[in-house]
Design a protein around this ligand. Structure first.
Ligand SMILES: Nc1ncnc2c1ncn2[C@@H]1O[C@H](COP(=O)(O)OP(=O)(O)OP(=O)(O)O)[C@@H](O)[C@H]1O
Length: 428
């Protein structure tokens, strides 16, 4: 989906005093009364989903939106994508906008995937000839095989998403607007989407990205905007903002259902209203066996990660803890879990310590998500971020992710092995 193109010096996006109000009717009848009176009888109230939002983004920068359910993130993205008009404020976008918000929403179900590619292209302002040049790339990325020539009606939702994503990114946008794209589709395609989005970042495109996963926000974005009740609660550097949001969540744990709704599933949705959910209260990194908290280490240092957790009803919700180390391109460098090590977390609260002597990661910055998992280690109750990313420095010039144990013997006196005889090989 393409958006408007307008000129604005040096900024890819400029947003000033942006607000969006929806009409609220107490009873369905009120809507008809108002409609029937051609607006003379006003029966609605106003609800501001978005109010007084201001920011500017340079071309090539990326901004993440975080915040609880209903905070106004999607509304902001919809306004920026041109899906809905703002009620007040000013908005300037510079360049071609691709919005990944309602992927596949405009598909014509009775036409094939291939036909929909062309129809979408026309809607986005491309000629048939321009789309013909892109169609192979789109089909290749979507990997739908023969389904590309079947009606979209026969697609699964994941297949529709693949096609929608492939079309949206094929227009080579300057600004990419993404809403929770990682939550949909299978793992394989999610990874492809992430790689694609990274390639946009590397090519200096501007990215606006909304996610409930704070480590995705930190990972992908230079800046972040924390939305709360339709307004900006904090904005700036993504590590700073996600820390502020995490700190707020910790402080308002009493309001867990409302505030942490995005990180801790609503009990009534998942487990029955009577069940009190487990949670991680805090997690920090220390030098092994000391009280020295640290997020900067050297390869080979020893650390321990302490995780404080609560589980009010362990019989109903047995839990496990997982710890991951992720490089900035989302490569998982290591992952450990109490379930993987055959351990059990007992009791209603505790501090579990993961000891890691001789951390062999090589230089880099690592995100360290702490996961609170169910008894099978499958369902994620909570994803908790450390107060800072872990920075590892190397003293050696080894390359790769890890310093692998190794030793060189410079002058071994073993003779060169005899060459393998081809006839003997073939005879076998
Ligand atoms: N079309 C609409 N009519 C009325 N209210 C709406 C409409 N769309 C959104 N809202 C309201 O605006 C508020 C913000 O919604 P929005 O979807 O932007 O939140 P969000 O931060 O994206 O939430 P989530 O994380 O759950 O997706 C919510 O209270 C929602 O009920």
């Amino acid at each position: 989906m393409t958006g408007s193109i307008s000129r604005s010096d040096g900024w890819a996006i400029e947003v000033e005093g942006l607000g969006k109000a929806y009409r609220m009717y107490k009873r369905p009848l009120d809507r008809f009364v108002e409609w029937g009176s051609a607006g003379r009888l006003q029966r609605h109230g106003q609800f501001w989903s978005l109010r007084d939002v201001n920011f500017k983004l340079r071309p090539g920068s990326s901004m993440g939106l975080c915040g609880a359910n209903g905070a106004g993130k999607s509304t902001l993205l919809k306004v920026l994508s041109g899906i809905t008009a703002p009620t007040e404020g000013r908005l300037k976008m510079r360049g071609r906008v691709a919005s990944l918000l309602e992927l596949g929403a405009g598909f014509h179900l009775d036409f094939t995937g291939r036909a929909n590619i062309f129809m979408n292209g026309v809607m986005m302002g491309f000629s048939r000839r321009e789309m013909a040049a892109k169609v192979d790339e789109i089909i290749e990325f979507a990997e739908l095989g023969n389904y590309i020539d079947e009606p979209v009606r026969t697609y699964s939702s994941g297949m529709g998403l693949r096609l929608g994503f492939s079309i949206a990114v094929a227009v080579d946008p300057d600004i990419l607007i993404i809403d929770e794209v990682f939550a949909v589709g299978d793992m394989y395609f999610q990874k492809k989407c992430i790689d694609k989005i990274y390639s946009f970042k590397q090519r200096n495109k501007t990215i606006l990205f909304c996610s409930h996963s704070l480590y995705d926000v930190r990972q992908l974005c230079d800046e972040a905007l924390w939305m709360r009740d339709g307004r900006a609660a904090a904005q700036g550097d993504s590590v700073y903002v996600t820390n502020e949001y995490t700190a707020f969540q910790r402080d308002h744990i009493g309001e867990q259902k409302e505030v942490l709704g995005d990180e801790i599933p609503n009990a009534s949705d998942h487990l029955g209203a009577s069940v009190k959910l487990p949670r991680i209260r805090d997690a920090r990194v220390y030098r092994l066996g000391t009280e020295e908290e640290t997020y900067e280490i050297t390869s080979g240092d020893s650390v321990e990660i302490r995780v404080w957790w609560e589980n009010p009803d362990p019989a109903a919700t047995p839990i496990h803890l997982g710890v991951g180390f992720l490089r900035q391109d989302m490569t998982t460098c290591g992952g450990m879990g109490t379930h993987l090590d055959g351990l059990e977390l007992e009791g209603t609260s505790g501090c579990t310590v993961l000891e890691m002597p001789n951390v062999k990661l090589l230089a880099g910055q690592f995100l360290v998500p702490i996961l609170l998992l169910d008894e099978g280690g499958v369902h994620k109750y909570q994803e908790f971020l450390l107060p800072e990313n872990l920075v590892v420095r190397s003293v050696t010039r080894d390359v790769g992710l890890f310093r692998l144990d190794h030793a060189w013997r410079l002058n071994d006196d073993r003779p060169v092995p005899a060459p393998v005889e081809r006839e003997a090989e073939e005879a076998r």
